[in-house]
Ligand binder design. Structure first.
Ligand SMILES: [Zn+2]
Length: 257
């Protein structure tokens, strides 16, 4: 099997070396490494430069939950300096999921400022974007579309179907995580999204499932195989057929070979 994890936080894995070995044994040929903030961008760059297997592709960005305006200029400079090492800007976006954020206009404005600047940067540098849109699906879509972005991935999409339908019409992509095995929202979204505009990922090291009854697990890149299997179960599609499409999608979307 040759499979690609399109969304992993390698710099946050508790045992990166082992996770990379496990990934290679599971047939993971490439990983798209996301970044959360300035320190995470630097760590991810180092991981990319020191790893040969699986192949590491890099995304730099500032996650909406980690917005730090004081670091933004330095982060943008780092991105520009390393443009030729990058395959995407990510993870960026808006997260209005929690009530305390929804009520905090200043916090939301900070998120918006960072999101806008990094979307404009992606456009200027001609890079695809990986968007975190939890609780702000419609606004993320309208912002990206309003700024004229063409290569957009709504990562771990589990939002409303009307926004999903606009994402599909715009020619944008969604991705799904191991949650497609059990989350009603993920399953609903994936049953409506076109496979030709879908990517598979792990968002590792996110913990999936139940911690108490022993059925849960902390994701690693190798668990992208679980995403594939759960997706195929849901969509009643053969794994080899789906995998072929997902690999083509990832290569096309991120411009990798
Ligand atoms: Zn993520």
């Amino acid at each position: 099997m040759k499979i690609i994890d399109t969304h992993a936080h390698l710099d946050q894995l508790p045992n990166l070396d082992q996770a990379l070995k496990n990934a290679a044994s599971a047939g993971v040929e490439a990983i798209m490494a996301m970044s959360m903030d300035l320190a995470s961008c630097k760590k991810s760059l180092l991981i990319k430069q020191t790893t040969s297997q699986p192949k590491i592709y890099l995304a730099m960005g500032m996650h909406p939950s980690e917005v730090n305006l004081a670091d933004l200029d330095a982060l943008i400079l780092l991105i520009k300096e390393n443009r030729n090492q990058l395959n995407a800007i990510g993870e960026i976006g808006l997260d209005f999921w929690y009530k305390w954020v929804r009520k905090d206009e200043a916090k939301k404005d900070e998120q918006r400022q960072v999101f806008h600047r990094l979307l404009n940067l992606a456009k200027e540098l001609d890079l695809p974007v990986v968007i975190h849109s939890r609780g702000a699906w419609r606004e993320c879509f309208e912002t990206a579309q309003g700024l004229g972005l063409t290569k957009v991935n709504f990562h771990w999409y589990s939002g409303p179907l009307d926004v999903l339908s606009d994402i599909m019409l715009a020619g944008y992509f969604v991705s799904t995580s191991p949650s497609v095995a059990f989350s009603p929202q993920s399953r609903e979204a994936m049953s409506h999204a076109a496979i030709e505009q879908t990517l598979i990922e792990t968002d590792c090291p996110v913990y999936f499932g139940n911690r108490d009854d022993g059925t849960g697990f902390e994701a690693e890149p190798k668990d992208v195989v679980r995403t594939l299997k759960a997706y195929c179960d849901l969509k009643k599609i053969e794994e080899s057929v789906a995998l072929n499409i997902f690999n083509q999608n990832a290569k096309k979307f991120f411009g990798i070979t």
